[in-house]
Structure formats: C-alpha cells, structure tokens
Design a protein around this ligand. Structure first.
Ligand code: SAH
Length: 216
C-alpha cells in the first residue's frame, strides 16, 4: 500500500483492528498488499473501505476484516504450504503469500485465473500459483497441505479437502446454505480425528460444481 495517503492506510488498518484483526504478522501482510490493485473499474476507489466489492465473473472480493479474521484463524507459519479454494480477485492469496512458504489457489473461472496469475507476476509474488480447477476436489497432486482456506460456502466441509489436510493441519471455511446465514468454522486434524470450532457468521458466494462457462 505504498502509493496511498498515510490517512487512508491508517483508517484501513484501524478498521481491521477494531474488528478483531490483532495478529501482527497478519496486519503486516495486509499492510504490504494493496487491495486497490485487486479491484478494477468503478469500484476501485472504494477498495479501502471495509466492504465486499464486485469483481469479474459475477464474483466478489471479500470484506477486508473477514479476510483478516480468516487469515488470523488459519495461523499460517513461514514453512507452511497453503491451499486456497476460490481465487476470485487474488487478494486473499496475495496476503497468504506473505505469510506462507508456498500458496496454491484454485478457481473455476478461467478469466479470474488468467488475470490473477498476471497480477501475481506483476507484483513479484513468486510463491503463489493460481490454477483452473474445481476446488471441491482440492488439489491432490500437491496434497497434503498444512493449511486450507475456502472462500466460497459449502453446506459441509468437502470430504476431499479434509482428506488433503495434514495431521496438525488447519482448515478455515464458511459452511451453510448459500442464501441463508453461514458460519465460518475452523477444522483441525488431530492424530485421532477432527476438531471443529465456530468462529463468526459470514456471507460468501456458493461453492459451485464444475468449471465456469467462460466468456473468453
Ligand atoms: N478469495 C477471493 C474471494 C473469492 S469469491 C478474493 O480474495 O478475492 C469466491 C470464489 O470462489 C469465486 O471467484 C468463485 O468463482 C470461486 N469458486 C466457487 N466455487 C468454486 C469451486 N468449486 N472451485 C474453485 N473455485 C470456486
């Protein structure tokens, strides 16, 4: 966020803190990644407000405080390999790239994969890869993962994703009906099974099956 006024930057970070994003590493990562570069056109001027905004393919970039809280709940370490389902604008993945060793992010819309891939290169984020695939099945060829984050809502945690989580691994995801209230949950894989805890009510676009029918 280098080209921004000190005031805009301060207000952005203040909004994050006041909503419970207190982890220093997460705040530092969110200070480094400029949300304005992930929002195009008409909505770009609202990039520093704590609100979700429309992006291409009828999708949304999540609210910054929700991105912060999910990243915080994921408790990413510098040696971790992270899988994100739902690349969207690439904003969440870019923040994760500052915290993890390696980030794979998958998306069902070809256009979003192409645009975010170009943006990651432009920003010099070399440890994050965007891939076109149906994320409900995870990314078996790179599994298992230390951390998995899902940024689209399913009714239940998808089985293939649970299976691709390492022992000691953490997954953060919204669950619930697509149009009703959803809950952000955290799942930890232990030696003996899975531990679940509920974090906060959220609203995400649905996790859909198959690839998007892309325009170009
Ligand atoms: N993390 C994004 C926000 C994503 S919005 C960001 O930081 O901007 C949710 C995204 O999940 C959408 O782009 C949608 O196309 C994608 N999605 C929905 N179902 C999917 C699936 N089965 N596999 C991969 N991506 C999916």
């Amino acid at each position: 966020m280098t080209g921004l006024s000190a005031e805009t930057k301060m207000q952005f970070l203040f909004a994050l803190r006041s909503r419970g994003v207190t982890d220093k590493r997460v705040l530092a990562a969110m200070e480094q990644i400029d949300r304005g570069q992930f929002v195009r056109g008409l909505f770009a001027e609202r990039a520093y407000e704590d609100t979700p905004l429309p992006i291409a393919c009828g999708q949304t970039i999540s609210q910054p405080s929700v991105v912060g809280l999910m990243t915080q709940a994921l408790d990413v370490g510098p040696r971790d390999t992270v899988l994100e389902i739902g690349t969207g604008s690439g904003y969440q993945a870019a923040i994760l790239s500052k915290l993890a060793r390696r980030v794979y992010t998958v998306e069902r819309h070809k256009r979003l994969v192409r645009e975010t891939g170009a943006l990651f290169r432009e920003l010099g984020l070399t440890n994050v890869t965007a891939m076109l695939t149906d994320g409900s099945f995870g990314l078996p060829e790179q599994a298992p993962f230390d951390r998995i984050i899902v940024t689209a809502a399913a009714e239940d945690p998808p089985g293939p994703l649970l299976a691709q989580l390492k022992i000691g691994g953490i997954m953060v995801l919204p669950v619930g009906q697509s149009d009703a209230v959803q809950t952000l949950i955290r799942v930890r894989r232990t030696e003996t099974g899975l531990d679940y805890d509920e974090l906060l009510p959220v609203r995400f676009v649905p996790l859909l099956e198959g690839l998007g029918k892309d325009e170009a």
